[in-house]
Ligand binder design. Structure first.
Ligand code: SAH
Length: 404
């Protein structure tokens, strides 16, 4: 091991490939990659990619670029059986399904890894067998820990192959006792083969239904299976860039497509309201757990009368809106890695929102989709990379478009 390395398992772990690279160099490499990817679009539109917003720094800032630590507020582990009933946990070794033990992780929220390791210890003590992927035997498959950013609340989700566990109650209580900040423990049942972490059924086995966090001064309840950004500090920056790009006005209708727990749209509506502009928010998200959260979150932020959320496929929803010629003044898009669909984008152009903001966790699909929006009557005002995942080669981007 490199004695100066911040991580003892860096070589084996598949996570932070650039952990030993100075942060300024990491940001410069991401900036160069984004400039190359968006070169054609930027030339066509006469804009330049903004300098990447790193954690605590923007590329080009003078002085030191401290290496980010403890920014991942979601941590997860697979479990696998070891010798004599042992329950192993950690990260998969790069490119394999072999588990490397993780004593601590420098990029996760402090304490998260100790909880995951503690779960393995408790399962072992109570003879709850870890799941064997190849033989499809055993019970405990994964655990996910989510830690609040503005709050100190922690939520744990235990993924098991079956609902019934030996010594279940004792196990759940022991897990809840691993950290005094744990407010909820959920059990998710995933009996299916394959790599998907979560199964269909989820139940709360200890404490609250959700954990609470805050973003941009808004309160959010997040339930165990709803999407919530992993790096909330950078999420605030990402959302701020999108909200500034929306330029919302009194009476606007904002559509938040792929809205998760309603976070972007509600932050935008609250921001507009604070500036004296009441808006109407329509959110659409495929995951019903996200929509249940979003409705609750509208209430938590005093926006019940301004917000309406729908569990649906985003493409089906916007096609209906276009058929009915609904009024949409501003459209926010934040799709998964695959990007949006041609049908969604076509309907978006037909609805003629004044502004479109597009947040992407996969700029390659975003670049493809932006071409379609530009061909459909929009011009690109701004594109900003945000470093949500330091020490990896992932970059998030926010694009702001305006109707020509
Ligand atoms: N805007 C949210 C969520 C972004 S992640 C936030 O910032 O937290 C992308 C979201 O898109 C996920 O919640 C996922 O469940 C949802 N999603 C994926 N495919 C979808 C589809 N076809 N229609 C609607 N939502 C979809």
């Amino acid at each position: 091991m490199d004695p100066k390395s911040p991580c003892s398992i860096m070589r084996a772990c598949g996570g932070c490939t650039a952990l030993n690279r100075p942060y300024k160099k990491q940001l410069a490499a991401k900036q160069a990659a984004m400039e190359e990817l968006f070169a054609e679009l930027c030339e066509r539109e006469g804009v330049a990619v903004d300098p990447i917003r790193g954690m605590g720094v923007t590329l080009g800032d003078p002085g030191k670029y401290p290496a980010p630590r403890g920014f991942r507020h979601k941590a997860a582990t697979p479990f696998a059986p070891g010798k004599e009933g042992a329950v192993r946990c950690g990260f998969f070794e790069r490119g394999t399904h072999k588990i490397v033990a993780v004593p601590e992780c420098p990029v996760e929220a402090p304490g998260a890894r100790q909880i995951l390791n503690g779960i393995a210890r408790e399962a072992e003590r109570l003879h709850i067998p870890a799941f064997n992927e190849d033989k499809h035997l055993g019970l405990l498959r994964y655990a996910v820990v989510r830690c609040g950013w503005r709050t100190d609340q922690i939520m744990v989700t235990l993924v098991t192959a079956q609902r019934d566990l030996p010594h279940a109650q004792e196990f759940f209580e022991a897990v809840a006792a691993l950290d005094p900040h744990i407010v909820a423990v959920a059990q998710n049942i995933n009996g299916r083969p394959g790599n998907a972490i979560l199964g269909e059924e989820t139940r709360i086995v200890y404490g609250a239904e959700c954990m609470r966090d805050q973003l941009l001064g808004c309160e959010f309840d997040i339930s165990p299976t709803a999407f919530y950004q992993t790096n909330p500090q950078q999420t605030e920056l990402l959302y701020r860039l999108a909200i500034d790009g929306m330029n919302l006005q009194q009476g606007d209708v904002l559509m938040d497509a792929y809205c998760g727990s309603g976070t972007i749209g509600l932050c935008a509506a609250k921001d507009a309201q604070d500036k004296g502009a009441g808006i109407m928010l329509l959110g659409v998200e495929r995951n019903p757990a996200g929509i249940a959260d979003a409705r609750r979150n509208a209430g938590l932020n005093g926006l019940t009368r301004n917000a309406w959320f729908m569990a649906d496929d985003a493409t089906d929803y916007i096609l209906d809106a276009a058929d009915n010629n609904e009024r949409i003044d501003v459209l926010s898009i934040d799709p998964p890695r695959a990007g949006s669909t041609p049908e969604f984008l076509e309907a978006a152009c037909a609805l003629k929102p004044r502004r479109i903001t597009y947040i992407s966790c996969n700029p390659v699909t975003q670049e493809r989709d932006l071409h379609q929006l530009l061909d459909g009557g929009y011009r690109l005002l701004k594109i900003t990379p945000v470093d949500m995942f330091p020490h990896t080669d992932h970059t998030e981007t926010v694009a702001v478009l305006e109707r020509r």
